[in-house]
Each structure stands twice: as C-alpha cells, then as structure tokens.
Ligand binder design. Structure first.
Ligand code: 5CA
Ligand code: ZN
Length: 409
C-alpha cells in the first residue's frame, strides 16, 4: 500500500551523533552502529479506530530515531506494517455492521493524514497483512518442515521450544508470559497445545470470516507475529538495526516474532535492538481502543489544534516513560510553540551553534527529547530577555527544530 508524503528534512551544519538507545533484550543502553543504510521496522496500527495520542507518541519515538540517523548522513530504510486483518478489526466491523475492508481502509487513510500532519517521516515500504499473505504462507510451511510448527484442529501453531533463544527479548518469566499471552491476543488455555504460550501461525478458515488460500496449510488467515516477520524479512532481512513499538508489544509480539525469524533463518538476533515506547494514559488508564478512553489526533486537528503543538506535547515526555495525557499537557505545548515561534521570527538573535549541539547530544542519549526542548527553551528565553546580533541564528534554530524534532516553526 502507499504510505504518506515525506516532509523535507533540512541538512544541518556540523556532525550528527551516533544513537545510544535502550534495548529491551539486553535491558540497557546500546550504541547502534548501522551501516550507510540504517534498517528500521516499526509495528504499524491495527486499523479499526482512529490514531490516538498513544499511537502518535510511539511513532514519534521512532521518527526521532530516523532523524538522528539522517543527521549522521545515513539513509534510513524504514518499514511499517498495517495489521489489516485480525480479530479486533473483524470484531469491530461486526459490532458496527460495516464491511471490515472498508473499515480498515478508512482508518488507514485517517492514520496517513495524521502522520502527515504530525510530520512523521513515512516508511519506504508500507505493507498490509493481507498483501503479505503470499509471503507468509511459505514461511509457515517452512516452520512446519523444520519441526517448529504443529497442527491443532486445522490451525497451525509455532512451538516456542524450538527456539533456544526464546525469552531473550522480553526476559520475562513463564508466569508473567502466560498472563500477558492471555491479555494480548494469545490463547494459553486452549487444550491440546504443546506449550500454553505457543502462538498461532495460521488460523484455519472460520465460518463467516475472510480467508485466503494457504497452499498446503489450507484456507485461512495469518497469525499476528508471523505477519511482521514476513514483512521484515522480505524488506529488511535478518539482523536489522531496530524493531520498534510500544512496550505492550515486547511480549508476546516481538518475542514471538524474533523466535519465528530465528528458527526460520538459523540466525540470531532478528533485530540488533528492540526498542519500546512507554504507554500514554488517559484518566489513569492506558489509552486503548478496546477500553475507549481515547483522545484522537484527528479530533484535535478538527478542533483547530496546531499539529506542531501536538508534536511538542509528545516530545515533552521521554519516550520510555509512561505518562498521562491532560488538557494541561496540550496547553503547555501550545504556549511553548508560541514562545518558540516568536523567538525565531526575529531577524537576529543569540548564536545557536551550541544549541544545535545540545539538541544532538540530548537525542543521541536515548532520545532525550525533554532535554532537547529545555535547550531550545533556554535559547528562546535568552532571545526574549536580551536578543542578539547573529542574523543566522533564528533560521538555524528553526531548521534544527524541524530536522531533529519534526516541528515546523
Ligand atoms: N498492529 C499491531 C502491531 S503489528 C498493533 O499493536 N497495532 S495497535 O494499533 O494496537 O498499536 C499500534 C502501536 O501503538 C503499537 O506500537 C502499540 O504498542 C502502540 N500503542 C498502542 N496503545 C498505546 C498507548 N496507549 N501508548 C503508547 N503506545 C501505544
Ligand atoms: Zn508488529
């Protein structure tokens, strides 16, 4: 499928910095050393409802990863999926008595608009689960040949015991895994499974549900984790630099995906770093489509909120923190945007080379966007208090804020 238009990323003077980032699999910071083309896979939406601030916060984190890499003069090969067939999408379509294809298309279109408005850089490949099915089927067949998959009443399951590295992404114990598996799309209590954690690779066709030709697997539809593996391996190959998503994807989604890929290829690991963003809450609970406690990006835009202010509201929180969306968070971001715009609209100001360096240092240190904002705040305060004579400074600040933070002043 097509992605969305790219906003331009201005080139900055001086030298970008290599990114150090928190890797869930090692539990600490790693210095990434991508080649000239950095490879990034970020899990996309399941399009049964509009983009909320939680989604936007997670995509903001990985947009920063790209901007840091671009600043080091690397290219970025970025891939994102759309889970355009899955249980929650089919359930919502049935509940609302709408066609599931139309629902997915509508919400994906809205997501593209939201991403464009927020100046999130688009993926080079934006791939739907449905269009990936011809690539998924042979992978499931191969896992079966390798003895890593088995059948249960027509459905095909992955055997987690086939991967010696299973557990190394999330590093959770069996009890925690079992709990999360039940919460996040797994079926640990289904009788007949070899291990309660085993995830489905291929679901045999169910009455009244869409299904596709699965070759020797029979008609059905793909499991969730193998979808992302097929897309990532097809477009990036093994050993890509970062797999990203919200912290709710560490287990089971990224754990299972890593295992599928590692058994399929005999290589380890699938991604050099597993990077997870914190959860955004509303009224004390994680924003989630299933609970319905949501603030939508599109609703804020309809209300006339400047997307640059939404973006600044996201950037005011460290990507790994869990945080709460409130009206105050937005009001603070709007006020900051106003101060910054006023500061860069003057013909001269205090020198800004040191500020560019400060933003680079902050982002390279595990994407510390709040520290980057604080540095810009200091420059804007100085501009407001005493001004300056550097005629290049306001332009440099607005280019740096655009290139590194994705905010158009
Ligand atoms: N389609 C799958 C990934 S393959 C999926 O999880 N879709 S999603 O629409 O449920 O979520 C899309 C992304 O937003 C995921 O990375 C998820 O971790 C993230 N996300 C969902 N809710 C929140 C939240 N409240 N705060 C932060 N990130 C969130
Ligand atoms: Zn995914």
């Amino acid at each position: 499928m097509h992605a969305w238009p790219a906003s331009e990323v201005p080139a900055l003077p001086g030298q970008g910095r290599d990114l150090r980032i928190h890797d869930t699999a090692t539990g600490g910071l790693v210095t990434l050393d991508p080649g000239p083309v950095a490879r990034l896979y970020v899990c996309g939406i399941t399009p049964y409802d509009a983009t909320h601030l939680g989604h936007a916060a997670t995509y903001n984190a990985f947009d920063l990863v790209q901007r840091v890499w671009l600043d080091t003069k690397r290219q970025v090969h970025y891939v994102q999926n759309v889970t355009d067939v899955d249980d929650p999408l089919l359930e919502r379509a049935q509940r609302d008595d709408v066609d599931w294809v139309a629902l997915a298309e509508k919400e994906t279109a809205l997501f593209r608009e939201d991403m464009t408005a927020l100046r999130m850089l688009p993926p080079r490949h934006y791939i739907g689960a449905v269009e990936a099915i011809p690539g998924i089927v042979p992978l499931v067949e191969r896992l079966r040949e390798l003895g890593a998959a088995y059948e249960l009443e027509g459905d095909v399951y992955f055997s987690v015991e086939s991967d010696p590295h299973f557990g190394q992404v999330s590093r959770l114990d069996a009890a925690a895994m079992r709990l999360l598996s039940a919460e996040r799309g797994g079926d640990p209590d289904r009788p007949g499974k070899k291990n309660p954690l085993d995830p489905m690779l291929w679901m045999a066709a169910r009455e009244g549900e869409p299904s596709w030709d699965g070759g020797s697997l029979g008609r059905g539809r793909p499991g969730w984790h193998i979808e992302c593996v097929a897309i990532a391996l097809d477009h990036l190959g093994m050993g890509f630099d970062v797999q990203g998503g919200g912290s709710d994807l560490a287990f089971p989604h990224h754990e299972m995906g890593a295992s599928h890929a590692q058994v399929l290829t005999g290589e380890f690991p699938m991604a050099k770093a597993y990077v997870h963003a914190g959860m955004v809450a509303l009224h004390g609970e994680k924003m989630s489509k299933s609970k319905g406690n949501l603030v939508f990006v599109s609703q804020l835009r309809r209300d006339g909120v400047d997307p640059a202010a939404i973006r600044l509201a996201l950037l005011a929180h460290h990507y790994r923190a869990d945080w709460e969306w409130t009206d105050q968070v937005l009001a603070d971001a709007q006020a900051r945007l106003g101060r910054w715009r006023a500061a860069v609209s003057r013909p001269d100001g205090p020198p800004a080379d040191a500020l560019v360096e400060e933003i680079r240092v902050a982002l390279a240190a595990d994407l510390d966007a709040p520290a980057a904002l604080a540095a810009v705040d200091r420059w804007a305060e100085l501009q407001d208090a005493q001004g300056g004579t550097d005629t290049a400074a306001p332009g440099l600040v607005s280019r740096a804020v655009d290139a590194l933070l994705g905010v158009a002043l």
